[in-house]
Design a protein around this ligand. Structure first.
Ligand code: SAT
Ligand code: MN
Length: 592
């Protein structure tokens, strides 16, 4: 017997009976097990050794070129009733989905090893953490899960103690894009993924469990599972505030989580601590504040653009013990991507590099590294009680209209700011890049139930005794008429975070506008920063006609969630519409 928990033992046996593996291996999560897997993958070419002098224990995986990103088209939420999945999800009836998946899984592991991966999302001793078991036939998935989660014996012991776990069944199948599905059964706390080996489709602890299934668990149990980084900002007085921030995939969450303060801030004693770069689970504590954990144990970050200039902490994190996926390599076998010095000789598909074939590294090429390797890894990141959140930040890629930063007047307005989020699409998902789409709370691909119900769940946290974080919206991606970014971003974003924390501490008055509270121009510390002439005015302007059109578009978008759109959210949108229709008082000079 491999588990003392009959439900687990039975499920593994049932899956083995369906998929016919040659072997079954229960993962204990040990270093020896990881080393053996790596040796096996080096031998069969799944992994390629990189330069071991410059990058000790770093390996490259080249995926099937048709399997390089999440496929939202084939990602399905199988609630019993279609309305419960909402217009934000693809839906299939559970019975039909089971029939389809059983047919695909039948005999699919012949000749392969079935790996059983018990894992814990969150610190192993945290009551906020939740466990799962992934079954997969991919050793690449096992190795990545060991880095990304608390995987192995300790997780299995917790599962056996609690008797509860999310089940995830995965097979790479034949990697045929026509036979690929990522199915979620929230009522059964079950995930089934077939035909892809790519991160978000295959590392089932990540988006599938920690967001799509966990959003359902959080709704049932009174907490939030969010697509947010968590970062601690320590001021020169030694006080650390924690901020949770939601941005769509590939919009800089990892960079913000590992931010390097600008020179003047470093000299003054500001420090930044990384708690998480992608996922945040939050729950009200006894004192009414929201406490957050990062359910993950590693980073699955976008490689291109990561450099000594943009994110030296990430570069240090991935200098050793890292799995690279779909990057290019240099003549001396170092990993390479656009943004790094040096020259690629081999592209992500293993071909001699030829610019005519496009970028050398795939735009969604990734690194997988343990969070403990991050120089700014917070000493509170493993705290079982989580960290108290002072501010929630929403943001997206918006070339115009959205100011550099604004603050919601209260929680309900904050939920509206989150629900109204939009962003230009990126390479993290298959499909066109650079198209504006609404992406409420950056959860469009990840919310495992009807968005209307999800907004209501958010609104419900505003209750007597709650001490909720302040809510902000930022836009690092604003462009001027010449098409260039108006704001330098990266480390300089700390200037904006400082203003937020001044608001939290009550030391900045801000300026009320119909769309929210903006910094007075003298409230942002711009010492040592060179902005283009007029850039700050543009970054903090409120274009009234533009906002009227935006609010109309938001109203239309939200109406798509009727009849489940909370009346309170509709009323809030109407409140802002009315505020924009009221002539500006003379004093509010930033309002055009
Ligand atoms: O979906 S992944 O987890 O592979 C990456 C992302 O899109 O954030
Ligand atoms: Mn993400």
């Amino acid at each position: 017997m491999a588990s003392t928990l009959p439900a687990l033992e039975r499920w593994v046996n049932d899956v083995a009976a369906l998929t016919h593996p040659a072997h079954v291996h229960w993962c204990d999560g040990s270093q020896a097990e990881y080393d053996a897997l790596v040796a096996h993958m080096l031998a069969d070419g799944t992994l390629i050794e990189l330069n071991q002098q410059t990058h000790p224990r770093c390996y490259l995986h080249r995926s099937d070129p048709r399997d390089v990103a999440r496929v939202e088209r084939l990602t399905v939420i199988c609630h019993e009733h279609e309305e419960d999945a909402g217009p934000n999800n693809h839906w299939m009836a559970p019975a039909a989905a089971h029939a389809k998946m059983d047919a695909l899984f039948a005999g699919c592991m012949r000749g392969r090893t079935l790996y059983v991966i018990p894992y814990c999302m969150g610190p192993i001793d945290s009551t906020l953490a939740r466990c799962g078991v992934e079954i997969t036939d991919s050793p690449y998935v096992v190795a990545n899960m060991r880095i990304m989660t608390r995987m192995g014996a300790a997780a299995q012991a917790r599962i056996e103690r609690e008797g509860e776990f999310v089940r995830g069944l995965h097979s790479v199948g034949e990697l045929d894009p026509e036979r690929r599905w990522i199915m979620h059964f929230p009522a059964e706390r079950l995930i089934q993924s077939f035909g892809s080996g790519y991160g978000g489709n295959a590392l089932l602890g990540k988006k599938c469990h920690a967001l799509r299934i966990a959003s359902n668990q959080g709704r049932d149990e009174g907490w939030l599972a969010e697509h947010m980084l968590i970062v601690g900002i320590q001021n020169p007085q030694g006080k650390t505030h924690y901020i949770a921030a939601a941005f769509p995939s590939a919009c800089g969450k990892t960079n913000l989580a590992m931010l390097i303060p600008p020179e003047g801030y470093r000299a003054a004693g500001w420090k930044v601590w990384t708690v998480g770069d992608d996922i945040c689970w939050m729950r009200p504590g006894a004192d009414g504040r929201l406490y957050a954990i990062n359910p993950e144990a590693g980073f699955f970050g976008v490689a291109p653009g990561t450099s000594a200039a943009t994110n030296p902490n990430a570069l240090a994190t991935i200098a050793h013990d890292t799995i690279y996926t779909n990057v290019a390599v240099t003549a001396d076998n170092q990993p390479w991507w656009e943004g790094l010095p040096g020259t690629p000789v081999t592209d992500w598909q293993g071909r001699p590099y030829d610019p005519a074939n496009g970028p050398a590294a795939h735009p969604n090429s990734r690194f997988t590294a343990s969070a403990r390797q991050c120089p700014t890894w917070s000493d509170q990141a493993e705290a079982p009680q989580g960290v108290p959140i002072s501010a929630i930040v929403f943001g997206g890629r918006r070339p115009n209209l959205l100011p550099l930063v604004m603050e919601a007047r209260d929680w309900t307005h904050g939920v509206l700011l989150g629900a109204a989020m939009g962003s230009e699409t990126t390479a993290a998902a298959a499909g066109a890049v650079g198209v504006l789409r609404r992406d409420p709370m950056a959860m469009k691909p990840f919310c495992g139930y009807h968005y209307g119900d999800y907004f209501a769940h958010w609104l419900a946290f505003d209750r007597p005794g709650a001490k909720l974080p302040r809510v902000f919206h930022v836009n690092w991606f604003r462009k001027g008429a010449d098409g260039r970014f108006l704001w330098p971003g990266f480390g300089e974003n700390l200037r904006v975070l400082e203003w937020m924390l001044a608001r939290v501490e009550g030391s900045a008055s801000g300026m009320d506008t119909p769309i929210g509270t903006l910094p007075r121009p003298n409230e942002l510390n711009l010492a040592g920063l060179k902005l283009a002439p007029g850039a700050l005015d543009e970054l903090l302007a409120v274009d009234r006609p533009g906002w009227q059109a935006e609010l109309a578009a938001i109203g239309e978008y939200l109406a798509g969630f009727a009849p489940r759109l909370p009346p309170k959210l509709h009323a809030e949108q109407q409140r802002v519409v009315a505020a924009l229709a009221t002539p500006a008082p003379r004093a509010a000079t930033a309002v055009a």
